[in-house]
Design a protein around this ligand. Structure first.
Ligand code: FE2
Length: 245
């Protein structure tokens, strides 16, 4: 499996905004290798990674991993534009490094994730031992990605909390957590809705059972068919006795 830069661009269109062609090719090469190596070595297809949820830590949310990467990359570009518009050169941002870093920060998740027997995406043994900032840097190093970009990959999550992040790494870190914090809100809302729906369904069933019991009692009909007059009549009937004979 070897994806071209244009094919990787189908997943992550902003890769084409990296002006340095050599860096753009390196970003694509890292993704190509991660897609080929991932899923316990059997590789991920585009359809599979498009279906992967953004995070496995926020419950039932309808946000996808690929969407999250694109969201973060676009947020980074927008933040950089605002900083440039307001502060100008006083806040220098290396936009190529920022775009490359935003597209590679989570590339290691291709190794972190695996599939269970039912085909669901889970955190695999690899991910238990090596979180994606580490595996991401390893993949980037192999393809000659500049240290400024590897710094964003290495420090974007809590692993970077004790490190002096660069401006580009801070921008990505906050963009990443905008998505993650929103995902947690949505996950909590989904859990609350699910719990409320389950309670409503139970209340409706309990009310129906109570009403049925009341209706049976009110009609004077015995609850059990064996106690009913119809059953006694049938038991004593000629047909029933012939059948038993
Ligand atoms: Fe991450």
């Amino acid at each position: 499996m070897a994806y071209t830069t244009a094919q990787i661009g189908q997943l992550f269109p902003n890769i084409m905004e990296i002006k340095d062609a050599a860096l753009r090719e390196k970003v694509a090469a890292v993704w190509n290798e991660a897609l080929s190596l991932g899923c316990g070595g059997s590789g991920w297809t585009f359809d599979e990674i498009r279906a992967i949820p953004f995070t496995l830590l926020a419950g039932k949310i309808d946000l996808r991993f690929v969407e999250h990467i694109n969201s973060c990359c676009k947020q980074c570009i927008a933040i950089s534009a605002v900083l440039g518009e307001v502060f100008g050169a006083r806040v220098p941002v290396h936009i190529d490094y920022l775009i490359a870093g935003s597209l590679l920060a989570d590339v290691g998740k291709m190794l972190e994730f695996d599939k269970n027997a039912a085909g669901g995406v889970i955190k695999g043994h690899y991910g238990d031992l090596l979180r994606h900032p580490f595996s991401g840097v390893a993949l980037c190093f192999k393809h000659g990605v500049p240290v400024e970009v590897m710094h964003i990959v290495a420090t974007h999550s809590h692993e970077g909390d004790k490190v002096d992040r660069t401006i580009e790494s801070w921008i990505f870190h906050h963009a990443d957590f905008i998505d993650f914090d929103i995902a947690k809100v949505l996950g909590k809302q989904a859990a609350a809705t699910e719990a409320r729906d389950a309670k409503d369904a139970k209340d409706a069933k309990d009310a129906k059972d109570t009403n049925d019991a009341r209706a049976t009692k009110d009609s004077g009909e015995p609850k059990d068919f064996k106690d009913s007059k119809d059953f006694k009549d049938f038991k004593d009937s000629k047909e029933s006795k012939e059948y038993r004979a």
